[in-house]
Design a protein around this ligand. Structure first.
Ligand SMILES: *[C@@H]1O[C@H](CO)[C@@H](O)[C@H](O)[C@H]1NC(C)=O
Ligand SMILES: *[C@@H]1O[C@H](CO)[C@@H](O)[C@H](O)[C@H]1NC(C)=O
Ligand SMILES: *[C@@H]1O[C@H](CO)[C@@H](O)[C@H](O)[C@H]1NC(C)=O
Ligand SMILES: *[C@@H]1O[C@H](CO)[C@@H](O)[C@H](O)[C@H]1NC(C)=O
Ligand SMILES: *[C@@H]1O[C@H](CO)[C@@H](O)[C@H](O)[C@H]1NC(C)=O
Ligand SMILES: *[C@@H]1O[C@H](CO)[C@@H](O)[C@H](O)[C@H]1NC(C)=O
Ligand SMILES: *[C@@H]1O[C@H](CO)[C@@H](O)[C@H](O)[C@H]1NC(C)=O
Ligand SMILES: *[C@@H]1O[C@H](CO)[C@@H](O)[C@H](O)[C@H]1NC(C)=O
Ligand SMILES: *[C@@H]1O[C@H](CO)[C@@H](O)[C@H](O)[C@H]1NC(C)=O
Ligand SMILES: *[C@@H]1O[C@H](CO)[C@@H](O)[C@H](O)[C@H]1NC(C)=O
Ligand SMILES: *[C@@H]1O[C@H](CO)[C@@H](O)[C@H](O)[C@H]1NC(C)=O
Ligand SMILES: *[C@@H]1O[C@H](CO)[C@@H](O)[C@H](O)[C@H]1NC(C)=O
Length: 785
């Protein structure tokens, strides 16, 4: 997708030494095949996200390139999510004229107005999206923080038999999921055409409802008339509508329209708020005062450029497809979460509010750690936002969207986010004592509804040291499944808490939480075998297993819910009858002991056995890189003294499973989780999230520069003997700031202090980074090496 030359020029002057990195952002990656990305116009973390919506069965991100039809142009979206389609509130739809020049001659309901678009007209670049409908109407859009701006251009030749050219633009009180509840309302001003109103909708993966408000203003042409519509009929005589949900499957279509006297282009400015229409109007007036499309677009381009140009790579030998994979991944990490500060009813205007944490179970592993490197102050704001949610809703969330509590997938993984930030971010005004209070509450207090916050089964967890299968829990309520994955995640959560308490000088708590962080061992059944579904023995013995309250073993096939489990009876998500591991197998969760790899390696029979098991996990495709628990397993060879195999595995997955094409993502992007996996892997520093540790592999480029937004210093990683065909991917030796460096990991000061890491590459594994002293930290001591 080529960039407007106007912006290429702007970019080149801002960044003399490298070419425009935004030209390598392809927002359409993941727009089909279930990637569910939001490919439209937005600012980094923007609340206004404008795009065309389609009627695809996989339209979670609004627009798709799977041959579906366009139903409208709405202004609020999430990116990469599973669950139901999120947001998509308040769609606009343009007609160049209505049949017989009567308003009823235009199609109002979403189902009947859905229409194809011209594939060749599609343009999606940072801060911009446009396409031309089959009718010939072009819709271009851009966005400010809480306001989107649409420019509708009508065909210059009237369609046959239409002498009168009277465009109509409607606004539908709908959302992507058709979840509107009772009593949405809309009013249209007879003179100006300004539309204000609100609707109550359901969050896409959570409980409760939310109300969103809008304010739409029209500019550019002369208004002929306006009014409201209900279902397929409209009238200019009525200016206000309140509409119920209706009793049938979907809510009854309803909204407003404006007609124009001629076919001059119309610009629609759409202000948004979760507080009031008045605020939606004032947001719009403040952010886009004069409907200036180019100025709004160019401000968005600048905002993206400012973020993305913090990473610069040497392009020698690298094709544009690789660069597109990389920079598009980076771009997607900053679409969500969304900054709603000042626009939510719960919190006051000066309290940070971020939303669309979708979900922290996905985000803690690499997206938020990536942003801690690249966009540290935004992570500070997100942490403050999480604390605001804690203040007003009582708990840190796992999943949270549209002001509502979302469904927790496993542990209280916001604890991991807090630890990661605590260890890497300082010199900021985060209230760490409140962080401590919040994470300790996760560990100690069971919520009544642990569906959506905190942890369940805490009595058993504390008395038995594991979450039992078929637990007896009368204090709090949630889905009583996932006992193995919850035990593993709670264990790691407690380790993360121990690091925060350690930093805050509370030694008693450090010991307590370090101790409970070893609870994972209680579910390890040393005698458990594993057979493939064809009956052959995997040859590995010793797996986690479910355990009952009476401390006897239950049973789950270690391959159930793995990528190779084709049994239609396996139920692996949040269903009441689902497995004891969430969205993955015991095989994969076997490796989820991020804080004590030394003990896990011993438990598996030493480093060689550990590597054999990890190879088997990948080679047999038991793990699936399209879901986040797979991420760390790509790099865990480091802990067994085989950092070269991590590099090998990284290249096994990229680009094979992450192609810079529309269907190129291996499943939901999950905000920008998949994007961050690509970005961090290609930089060659992958975090063990929640710890001050980055595992080193050679970058995919001859060199990478990363400038810290905190210190302004630039960290540099360069490859000597770089080979763009990736045969030389094994580190032979390394220097850090000119000194020999044999550890196979570095800490965050690499970025803040702008250090220089030089890697000398070869075609075979070497002894670099393989000795016990070179291995990353682990709670227990390494043995048997
Ligand atoms: C437009 O692209 C979609 C997705 O690739 C495809 O299904 C559809 O057939 C294309 N339409 C035309 C007219 O080529
Ligand atoms: C899109 O709309 C066109 C025209 O209304 C219709 O013929 C076609 O079947 C629709 N396509 C899909 C995928 O629904
Ligand atoms: C006029 O324009 C509309 C919309 O563009 C189209 O559907 C209709 O067939 C045209 N012809 C007449 C006679 O209205
Ligand atoms: C348009 O007018 C013609 C002639 O009066 C009529 O037959 C037709 O039903 C009208 N169509 C609509 C959609 O109003
Ligand atoms: C919607 O409005 C009707 C009529 O005013 C009222 O009876 C009803 O309670 C309202 N429903 C909700 C959910 O507010
Ligand atoms: C907006 O930008 C486009 C593309 O660069 C240019 O053609 C157009 O003249 C600009 N319009 C205004 C009003 O500046
Ligand atoms: C990295 O920074 C160094 C020092 O400023 C510079 O010489 C080099 O060209 C930069 N490399 C890239 C890839 O931007
Ligand atoms: C979030 O929004 C607030 C209020 O507009 C602003 O002060 C803050 O800088 C924003 N933070 C980020 C990371 O966008
Ligand atoms: C972080 O903390 C260390 C140790 O207290 C201090 O030396 C350093 O200047 C701090 N860095 C920032 C960016 O605040
Ligand atoms: C332990 O509990 C399980 C599940 O209720 C039961 O099947 C088993 O017989 C019990 N074992 C003993 C020794 O009580
Ligand atoms: C670009 O380079 C990568 C890595 O060498 C390779 O896998 C890919 O096929 C190349 N793509 C194109 C379009 O040449
Ligand atoms: C650094 O490593 C190189 C190559 O292995 C070796 O020749 C050199 O002596 C080492 N330098 C120091 C100070 O250990």
């Amino acid at each position: 997708m080529s960039h407007l030359s106007f912006f290429a020029l702007l970019v080149q002057t801002a960044l003399a030494q490298i070419s425009d990195p935004l030209q390598y952002v392809d927002q359409l990656i993941g727009s089909s095949n279930g990637g569910n990305v939001f490919p439209g116009a937005t600012l980094p973390y923007g609340m206004a996200k404008a795009v065309a919506d389609t009627d695809s069965g996989s339209n979670q991100g609004g627009f798709t390139t799977d041959g579906s039809n366009v139903t409208g142009f709405s202004s609020m979206h999430d990116s990469g999510t599973g669950g139901n389609p999120s947001l998509g509130d308040f769609a606009l739809f343009p007609y160049s004229s209505c049949i017989n020049d009567t308003v009823d001659g235009c199609d109002f309901p979403k189902t009947s107005r859905a229409t194809p678009f011209e594939n060749s007209s599609l343009v999606a670049t940072p801060g911009y999206f446009s396409l031309t409908l089959q009718s010939g109407v072009n819709a271009a859009m851009t966005a400010a923080q809480h306001t989107s701006l649409f420019r509708f251009t009508f065909p210059s030749t009237p369609s046959e038999g239409n002498s009168s050219r009277s465009p109509l633009i409607l606004m539908d009180l709908t959302d992507l999921a058709n979840s509107r509840q009772d009593n949405a309302s809309i009013s249209v001003d007879g003179t100006t055409g300004r539309m204000t109103g609100n609707g109550r909708f359901l969050p896409s993966f959570g409980s409760g409802t939310y109300v969103a408000y809008f304010c739409a203003d029209f500019s550019g042409s002369t208004i002929r008339d306006n009014g409201i519509f209900v279902n397929s009929r409209a009238s200019a005589d009525v200016k206000d509508l309140m509409i119920s949900r209706g009793i049938n499957a979907g809510p009854l279509p309803g909204g407003a329209f404006v007609r124009f006297t001629n076919s001059d282009p119309v610009t629609v400015r759409m202000g948004l708020s979760f507080i009031s229409s008045d605020q939606a109007c004032s947001n719009a007036e403040a952010e886009i005062p004069s409907f200036d499309f180019n100025a709004t677009h160019s401000a968005a381009v600048s905002a993206w450029l400012e973020k993305i140009s913090r990473i610069s790579v040497a392009t020698a030998g690298i094709n544009s497809s690789t660069l597109t994979n990389f920079y598009s991944g980076i771009y997607r990490t900053m679409v969500n979460p969304q900054n709603y500060t000042g626009n939510v009813p719960l919190a006051s205007a000066d309290e940070m509010w971020f939303d669309s944490f979708y979900c922290i179970w996905d985000l803690f592993r690499s997206q938020l750690p990536f942003l801690t490197i690249l966009d540290t102050y935004s992570v500070v704001d997100m942490i403050k936002g999480l604390l605001t949610i804690y203040d007003y809703q009582g708990w840190l969330p796992d999943c949270h969207m549209s002001l509502c509590k979302g469904y927790t997938q496993g542990g209280s993984n916001a604890d991991n986010v807090m630890a990661d930030a605590f260890l890497k971010i300082n010199g900021t005004d985060i209230d760490w004592s409140k962080v401590y209070e919040a994470v300790v509450k996760d560990a100690e207090v069971e919520p009544y509804d642990w569906c959506c916050e905190g942890r369940g089964g805490l009595d058993s967890w504390k008395s038995l040291g594991y979450v039992p299968v078929q637990d007896f829990d009368y204090k709090g309520f949630g889905t009583m499944t996932r006992s193995i994955s919850r035990t593993l995640e709670y264990s790691y959560n407690d380790f993360c808490i121990s690091q925060i308490t350690s930093g805050l000088g509370n030694q008693g708590d450090v010991e307590k939480y370090q101790q409970s962080s070893e609870n994972w061992v209680n579910l390890f059944d040393a005698g458990q075998t594993s057979y493939l579904f064809n009956g052959s023995n995997t040859g590995f013995t010793g797996f986690f297993q479910p355990k009952f309250l009476n401390q006897t073993w239950g049973y789950q096939d270690p391959l159930e819910c793995s990528n190779i489990d084709t049994n239609p009876d396996s139920i692996c998500s949040l269903q009441n009858n689902a497995a004891e591991t969430f969205e993955s197998s015991i095989w994969e969760y076997s490796f989820f002991v991020p804080h004590d790899q030394a003990k896990l390696i011993s438990t598996f029979g030493g480093p060689k056995a550990f590597v054999r098991r990890l190879n088997y996990l990948h080679d047999q495709q038991i793990t699936y890189i399209g879901n986040e628990p797979a991420f760390l397993t790509v790099f865990q060879y480091h802990y067994a003294g085989r950092p070269g195999l991590s590099a090998y595995r990284s290249h096994y997955y990229i680009p094979e499973y992450f192609q810079p094409t529309e269907p190129g993502l291996p499943g939901n992007d999950d905000s920008g989780a998949m994007g961050s996996f690509v970005a961090l892997s290609m930089i060659g520093l992958f975090p063990n999230p929640g710890q001050n540790v980055y595992l080193i592999i050679p970058p995919y480029f001859e060199s990478v520069n990363i400038t810290s937004p905190v210190t302004g210093k630039t960290a540099c990683i360069s490859n000597v003997n770089f080979d763009a065909s990736y045969n030389n991917i094994y580190i032979q030796r390394a220097t850090l700031n000119g000194q020999n460096y044999t550890k196979n990991w570095i800490d965050h000061s690499f970025f803040t202090e702008g250090k220089e890491l030089v890697l000398y590459l070869g075609r075979n594994e070497s002894s670099w980074g393989t000795h016990v002293a070179d291995l990353p930290p682990s709670l227990s001591a390494y043995e048997g090496f």
